[in-house]
Design a protein around this ligand. Structure first.
Ligand code: M6R
Length: 358
C-alpha cells in the first residue's frame, strides 16, 4: 500500500536506503564479510566470460554490473539487450555464464534468451525481485533483490538493488580468488545508504531543479563519463518514461561528434560528474555545451573536486558505488518533471509493468 504517499514511485524511491540495509543483512555473514551462495561464487569464477542479459532499466543496472565485475573481480563481462541477443547472438567464449537481470522475472525478451542458452547447455543465473517467477525458476542459479514489491511502472528501487547485488557478487568472487581489496564493501555500502538518505532529504532542491530546467522544455540531455555515462542512460529513460520529455543520455566526449547540433539556447543539459579520473574532461564537455547556449546543471560529488558552482553536490561515497547515490536525484528529478507535466506518474501511457510479449 502506498499509505500517505501520493504515488508508488515516490514511496519506492524513498525505500531505497532501507533496501540497501536489507541487502547488507542478506549478503553478509556473521563475521561481517560479504557472503553469497558459494555455488554461485564458484560458477562465476569458473566462467571465462559473463554475459549479462536484460532490458530497459535492468540493462542499465547491468552496465554498472559489468564495471563492478571487471574492476573488482577481474572477470571479462559483456552486457546485452535481450531482444538483440536473441536474434543476433555474438560469438561466445568457451566457458560463458549468463546472468539474467529482471525485476519481474517475467520479461519475455529475456525469457527467450534463457530458453536458447539452456538449449545450448550453458549455465545461467537469474537476479530478480520475484521469487518463483519464470526466470527465477528456469535458471540454474538464483539471487534475490529483496527490494519488496515494486508497483510503479518506472523501476527505481529494483535498479539500485541490482547494482548493490552486483557489488556483493564482485567482492565475493574477488575474495574467492584471493584478491586483496583496498576497501570494505559492507562499510562502503552502509555509507552509500546514508548518502542516499541525505539525497532523499533534498526533495525541495530536486523539485526546484525540475522546475528551473524542465518546466517548459520538450527535450533534455544527460552527459557523463564512465559510470556516470551509465547513470545518464538511466536518467534519460526515467525522464522520458514518466514525464514524456524527450531525453538522451550521452557519453560526454561523444556529444561533439554530432548530437551537439541539437543544443540551442536554453536546452537543458545535466552533467553527472562523480568520477575523479574524468572530472576535468566532463567539465570541459559542460563548457562546450554552455558555450552554445545550453542551460547546464552539474551534479557532482563532495570530495571529488572543487564544486563551488555545481547545482547538486552528492555526499561522497566509494567511487564504485556512485550510481547508487546518483539514482536518487535522477529519479526525483524525473518524478517532479512528471508532476509538472501532469502525467500519470505510476502508470505512464503505453507501458506495462512487466513486458510479457517479445
Ligand atoms: O522486469 P524487468 O526488470 O525485466 O523489466 C525490464 C524493463 O521492462 C524495465 O526495466 C523497464 O525499462 C522499466 N519500466 C523502466 O523503468
Amino acid at each position: 500500500e502506498k499509505g500517505a504517499y501520493p504515488h508508488y514511485m515516490l514511496k519506492e524511491i524513498d525505500e531505497q536506503p532501507a533496501v540497501m540495509r536489507r541487502l547488507l543483512q542478506e549478503y553478509s555473514g556473521k563475521d561481517g564479510a560479504v557472503t553469497i551462495d558459494p555455488s554461485i561464487a564458484d560458477a562465476i569464477s569458473e566462467a571465462d566470460r559473463i554475459y549479462i542479459i536484460a532490458c530497459g532499466t535492468s540493462y542499465h543496472a547491468g552496465l554498472v554490473g559489468k564495471h563492478l565485475l571487471e574492476t573488482i573481480a577481474g572477470i571479462p563481462t559483456e552486457v546485452h539487450i535481450s531482444s538483440e541477443f536473441s536474434y543476433n547472438m555474438p560469438l561466445l567464449s568457451k566457458k560463458p555464464l549468463f546472468v539474467f537481470i529482471s525485476q519481474s522475472g517475467e520479461t519475455a525478451d529475456s525469457r527467450a534468451v534463457l530458453v536458447k542458452v539452456k538449449k545450448l547447455g550453458y549455465p545461467s543465473l537469474t537476479m530478480t525481485n520475484v521469487e518463483g517467477s519464470t526466470l527465477y525458476r528456469e535458471a540454474d542459479y538464483k539471487m534475490l533483490l529483496f527490494a519488496g514489491p515494486e508497483i510503479a511502472v518506472a523501476s527505481t528501487k529494483a535498479y539500485t538493488a541490482m547494482i548493490a547485488v552486483f557489488a556483493f557478487i564482485a567482492v565475493a568472487v574477488a575474495q574467492k580468488k584471493g584478491t586483496t581489496l583496498d576497501f570494505d564493501l559492507i562499510h562502503e555500502m552502509s555509507i552509500a545508504a546514508q548518502a542516499m538518505e541525505q539525497m532523499i532529504d533534498e526533495k525541495a532542491l530536486l523539485k526546484e531543479v525540475a522546475r528551473d530546467y524542465l518546466s517548459i522544455t520538450r527535450n533534455a540531455f544527460y552527459i557523463g563519463r564512465g559510470l556516470d555515462y551509465y547513470v545518464c542512460m538511466e536518467a534519460s529513460l526515467k525522464l522520458k518514461e514518466v514525464s514524456y520529455i524527450q531525453a538522451e543520455g550521452f557519453a560526454g566526449g561523444e556529444l561533439k561528434h554530432g548530437t551537439i547540433a541539437l543544443i540551442e539556447n536554453g536546452t537543458p543539459v545535466f552533467a553527472f560528474a562523480t568520477q575523479e579520473n574524468v572530472n576535468n574532461n566532463i567539465r570541459s564537455n559542460v563548457q562546450e555545451v554552455a558555450a552554445r547556449g545550453a542551460h547546464t546543471c552539474i551534479i557532482s560529488m563532495d570530495g571529488v573536486t572543487n564544486h563551488a558552482d555545481d547545482r547538486i553536490v552528492l555526499p561522497k561515497v566509494h567511487h564504485a558505488l556512485t550510481p547508487l547515490v546518483c539514482a536518487i536525484p535522477l529519479q526525483l528529478i524525473a518524478y517532479y518533471a512528471a508532476l509538472q507535466n501532469e502525467c500519470d506518474v505510476d502508470k505512464p501511457r503505453n507501458l506495462a509493468k512487466s513486458v510479457t510479449v517479445e
